[in-house]
Design a binder for this molecule. Structure first.
Ligand SMILES: Cc1cc2nc3c(=O)[nH]c(=O)nc-3n(C[C@H](O)[C@H](O)[C@H](O)COP(=O)(O)OP(=O)(O)OC[C@H]3O[C@@H](n4cnc5c(N)ncnc54)[C@H](O)[C@@H]3O)c2cc1C
Length: 390
């Protein structure tokens, strides 16, 4: 597929992360013309999302890559919650309303690779090294300024979708403000081989007096380990990271190379609106969550799927204002309620979960009594369970 300056594109997708790739695949599959650009010369291979949730798998079935996801990934069937060495609860992702009553452990890089292969099969490709630097809306569409090594060009599109991540240029150039969500948290994350006998078919969450440790098994015997950061606890290497885990778990923890650890300070945000005129936002450009809940990539893929459906309707003659307003409202509400669910409401939902009474009271006690970050982690974990179940 070739594009020429001056020829209008139906949809310009800015950003080829999981959100933009899903959107481009779904638009092409539905026969809606689109162009997808990314300023990066190659795909990121950084440690980010590690799980594909059940609803996302349903969407990826439509996209046509679910079998590859199941083949490359490994099933996660629940979450074990521990206090020190004692098991407090086992939450199961055993929802009967989905053909996929589990999550799949698969790195974001691999999920993006599968999406990009699918895009090629559908006749598209990512134009890499192309950065959106400007946009102006007028009746009938958007004129964009695109920068490449060879210089600057202008391109016209009927719709521009910002899938360009948390610092979205599309969002900023359109003047859409973001609302911060919750307290900023510091997390440290390591991907390493575990010298620790934990189940490989479920995630494990340790809630100790000095912090939490969340372990998400990954294919090939590796695991993503996330802990809450503490001021005065710099983690220079994997040895420091393992020591911090041991303090939280109350027992020796062994993590082996190859592995790396990184610390993040994050605060969720939510765009005030998801659409202005011909410009629409999806994925991290519209909302971010703390990484512990494992929602960002999953939510972005669901946004993209829903938006592609609506843009198909528009291409078939439906009035764009109603159709796109519906997308913008529904997906904003979904992101907002997900952010809210990571707080008090989700804690209460523990009471509805099928957990034996004594374990439930201990969980609630812990949840109410622990600091905001640990509470948010527990809330996220419970929310995953609740969303899978109801
Ligand atoms: C440590 C960590 C762990 C995480 N774990 C999970 C998890 O377990 N589960 C989960 O669901 N999510 C997780 N997330 C969140 C997840 O990684 C993000 O939500 C996801 O990457 C968002 O996808 P996106 O496509 O919306 O944006 P991005 O992945 O950020 O992609 C945006 C793309 O836009 C491009 N771009 C930016 N600006 C421009 C421009 N001006 N012009 C052209 N291109 C541009 C960028 O190069 C990039 O390729 C985690 C994140 C972190 C940091």
């Amino acid at each position: 597929m070739r594009y020429h300056a001056g020829v209008a594109t139906t949809v310009l997708v800015v950003g080829a992360g999981p959100t933009g790739l899903t959107l481009a695949c779904e638009l092409l599959r539905r026969g809606v013309g689109c162009r997808i650009i990314d300023r990066a010369e190659r795909r990121f291979d950084r440690a980010r999302a590690v799980d594909v949730q059940s609803r996302t798998l349903e969407v990826l079935e439509h996209v046509g890559i679910h079998l590859r996801v199941l083949e490359l990934g490994s099933k996660l069937e629940g979450l074990g919650v521990y206090e020190g060495a004692s098991a407090l609860a086992h939450l199961r992702f055993d929802n009967n309303n989905t053909p996929y009553p589990f999550a799949v452990a698969l790195s974001q890089a691999e999920t993006e690779g599968l999406l990009e292969d699918r895009l090629t099969e559908l006749g598209g490709h990512v134009e890499r090294g192309v950065e959106l630097n400007g946009l102006t809306q007028a009746t009938g569409g958007v004129t964009t300024v695109l920068g490449t090594d060879a210089g600057t060009t202008t391109a016209h599109a009927r719709w521009v979708v910002g899938c360009d991540g948390a610092r979205s240029a599309v969002r900023q150039l359109t003047g859409i403000e973001v609302e911060p969500n919750g307290t900023p948290y510091t997390f440290s994350v390591a991907d390493a081989d575990l010298g620790w006998a934990l189940p490989t078919n479920e995630m494990s969450l340790f809630l100790g007096g000095s912090g939490f440790v969340l372990v998400a098994p990954m294919p090939g015997g590796r695991a993503r380990v996330i802990i809450d950061g503490e001021p005065g606890e710099p983690l220079a290497d994997l040895g420091d990271f393992a020591a911090a885990c041991s303090r939280r778990v109350g027992a020796p923890v062994s993590l082996r190379a190859p592995g790396h650890c990184t610390s993040y300070r994050v605060r969720g945000h939510l765009a005030k609106v998801f659409r202005v005129g011909s410009v629409v936002l999806a994925g991290d450009a519209a909302h971010t969550f703390n990484p512990v809940g494992g929602h960002g990539m999953n939510q972005g893929i669901l946004d993209a799927y829903e938006l592609a459906q609506e843009l198909e309707r528009v291409a078939q003659g439906a009035p764009p204002d109603g159709v796109l307003a519906r997308y913008a409202e529904r997906r904003r509400q979904s992101a907002e309620s997900l952010q809210r669910a990571m707080d008090f409401e989700a804690r209460l939902s523990i009471a509805r979960a099928a957990i034996p009474g004594d374990q439930r009271s201990r969980l609630l006690e812990l949840s109410v009594g622990c600091d905001p970050l640990r509470r948010a982690v527990l809330d996220s974990a419970v929310d995953m369970f609740r969303r899978a179940k109801w």
